[in-house]
Design a protein around this ligand. Structure first.
Ligand SMILES: C[S@@+](CC[C@H](N)C(=O)[O-])C[C@H]1O[C@@H](n2cnc3c(N)ncnc32)[C@H](O)[C@@H]1O
Length: 271
């Protein structure tokens, strides 16, 4: 008799063979989706069996994952801070390290006007509004298709965020804080298939050194005297270069924060 335990073991083995980094976790998430339960529910049911329909569906999801499609796109959602966000290939899958940007936003004074530039799914803007309803939050996105995902998330989550379709800070509104996870990957850098084959290139690449978008944004923010805080997500090797840009734009205090892996991940400038 093939139990859920066996289904998980064979699913995880096939994902491991396909090169997935977390095969057991992925198989559990896909099986839980088929059974409309969570990973704890799988443990309780681990000696039961799948129906024929459930097995067909589980196999279909495993096949997609074995082609290296991200689990978040297969499930159509990703958890970020306290929220479950709808995601699809129009937007980057929000990453745990991006939660560092939210933490900077949580330090802002009451009522601060904050903008999340390059909002994608709306992850940073929505998490900030969820955890700090007093903040006045705007999300800016250049890509109309991505902005539609952010708007759909806000309607479902009923959070009061203003969305603007614009190139960087083109909307000319005054902000106290500018927070951004813009593209920062060098053109030509090799990436895992989950990223290179499924996530939008426009959310990833930013010129030969990966700093094209950040450089433009810092130049704009430097001229906006009302902006007292800027926080930028960066690649692990970009801490020194981006700190220099931010200091050069007139931010007297510049700090680099590390992620859980110990890599430089966010540059925060204050004035
Ligand atoms: C790395 S993704 C981050 C998405 C989201 N903030 C997150 O952390 O999950 C970068 C986003 O910035 C957007 N973007 C790139 N260049 C932009 C620009 N010049 N103005 C506004 N948005 C831009 C991309 O379309 C993409 O959605």
């Amino acid at each position: 008799m093939t139990t859920l335990r066996d289904e998980l073991a064979s699913g995880a083995a096939s994902l491991a063979q396909a090169g997935c980094e977390t095969p057991r976790l992925d198989a559990e998430l896909l099986l839980a989706e088929v059974l409309r339960t969570d990973r704890a529910g799988l443990v309780i049911a681990n000696s039961t069996r799948l129906t024929g329909d459930q097995r067909t569906r589980y196999m279909a999801l495993l096949t997609r994952r074995a082609m290296r499609e991200p689990v978040a796109y297969i499930l159509g959602r990703r958890e970020f801070r306290r929220l479950s966000l709808a995601v699809d290939p129009r937007v980057l899958v929000p990453r745990p390290e991006t939660e560092l940007l939210v933490e900077v936003g949580l330090e802002l004074p009451s009522g601060a006007r904050v903008v999340d530039v390059g909002t994608g799914s709306g992850a940073v803007a929505l998490a900030l509004k969820d955890e700090r309803p007093d903040l006045v939050v705007t999300g800016i996105e250049r890509d109309r298709a991505a902005l539609a995902v952010a708007r759909a998330n806000t309607q479902r989550l009923r959070l009061d965020v203003r969305w603007v379709e614009a190139d960087l800070l083109d909307d000319r509104t005054a902000y106290d804080a500018v927070i951004a996870n813009l593209p920062y990957v060098r053109e030509g850098e090799s990436l895992p298939p989950e990223v290179s084959e499924f996530e939008p290139a426009s959310a990833l690449f930013a010129g030969p050194d990966g700093l094209a978008a950040i450089r433009r944004l810092v130049a704009i923010v430097g001229d906006r005297e009302e902006v007292s805080t800027v926080a930028l997500e960066i690649g692990a090797e970009q801490g020194a270069a981006v700190s220099e840009l931010v200091a050069g734009a007139g931010f007297g205090s510049v700090e680099v924060r590390r992620d859980l892996a110990g890599d430089d991940r966010v540059v925060v400038g204050r004035r």
